[in-house]
Write a protein that binds this ligand. Structure first.
Ligand code: ATP
Length: 295
């Protein structure tokens, strides 16, 4: 378990992190989301001792983090830290050896990962000759070569094409299901929603929501109703507590209170139009995010 407790970091007059408390658990994917400049990178850097905190602590398995613990962590920084002119395999082997692995073990691990991520045929190429997506994969391998207990990734999906995105998602799922703790930041909320059991939403340095995503969604009082219909739009004027979020030909999206009488709503819709389909759901992560960061 990775735990942030009361973590505070100021840069001059900017409070990048303001008494942040949250955790990321083993065997789960935790998505770290927030607007630009919210403090995600600063928080992730603090796990690796790259920022000096003004207050609070970051703990791993209940204890403060030192050099020994960090040897068992993997990190994909925002400023991708690869040597552009070095060959892929040499570079990864070098990084694995820096983590304390012997030469033979390093090479075995690097070759396995290159094979798994479809980069074996690029092993002897210079990093700067690889596409953005492939450089990203090499960067991911660099974070994985020491078989880390904790993986921290700063926007691992940025700039990936749909195929690369799927393979990165599958890999992170696999890493987490092997019992590791995975914390990653992303602006792709739909992806985070599909992938993560847990989320942390940060805004202006403050954690505004954190925990199990399904519980966070269920805990919000609003619900969303989507009605597909034939003919004119439904007449909802006799109902109260309903906000029309979107109305286009054949489709109406409503925001309603959690205790809305659905039978009454459906009956009312069917009085005025031909109802084709109906869905009722808690807010999605993008909706939760909008509600949390503007509140
Ligand atoms: N070294 C630094 N010196 C001064 N200010 C900094 C430094 N690092 C971060 N900041 C400021 O701290 C705040 C948080 O930045 P941070 O990079 O952690 O946000 P972020 O959530 O990762 O943003 P993004 O989504 O845009 O990557 C911002 O206002 C940023 O300008």
């Amino acid at each position: 378990m990775l735990e942030f407790e009361g973590v505070t970091k100021r840069f001059g007059s900017v409070t990048a992190l303001d008494t942040c408390t949250f955790s990321a658990g083993p065997g789960r994917l935790t998505g770290f989301v927030g607007p630009n400049g919210a403090g995600k990178t600063t928080a992730m850097r603090s796990v690796f001792g790259l920022v000096e905190l003004d207050a609070g602590t970051v703990r791993w398995r209940g204890a403060p983090i030192g050099q020994r613990e960090r040897q068992r962590f993997g990190y994909m920084p925002e400023e991708r830290g690869l040597y552009p002119r070095m060959r892929v395999r040499d570079q990864l082997r070098y990084l694995a050896e820096l983590c304390g692995h012997g030469r033979r073990q390093s090479l075995r691990s690097v070759d396995e990962w290159l094979e798994r991520l479809g980069l074996a045929d690029r092993a002897r190429d210079r990093v700067d000759t690889l596409s953005h997506g492939n450089q990203q994969r090499v960067q991911l391998i660099a974070a994985l070569v020491n078989d880390p207990d904790l993986l921290v990734l700063d926007e691992p999906f940025a700039g990936l094409d749909p195929i690369a995105l799927e393979s990165m998602s599958g890999l992170l799922r696999e890493v987490a299901s092997a019992g590791r703790t995975v914390l990653f930041s992303s602006h792709q909320l739909d992806l985070v929603e599909d992938l993560c059991e847990d989320v942390v939403i940060i805004d202006h340095g403050r954690v505004v929501r954190s925990g199990d995503l399904a519980q966070l969604r269920a805990g919000v009082p609003q619900r969303f109703v989507e009605l597909r219909h034939r003919g004119g739009p439904p007449d909802l004027t006799r109902l109260s507590g309903i906000v029309v979020a979107e109305s286009v030909p054949g489709l109406v999206r409503l925001q309603v209170a959690g205790d809305v009488d659905l039978a009454e709503l459906v009956a009312e819709v069917r009085r005025s139009t031909d109802l084709v389909s109906f869905s009722y759901r808690p807010p999605s992560l993008p909706e939760l995010f909008r509600e949390a960061v503007t509140a």
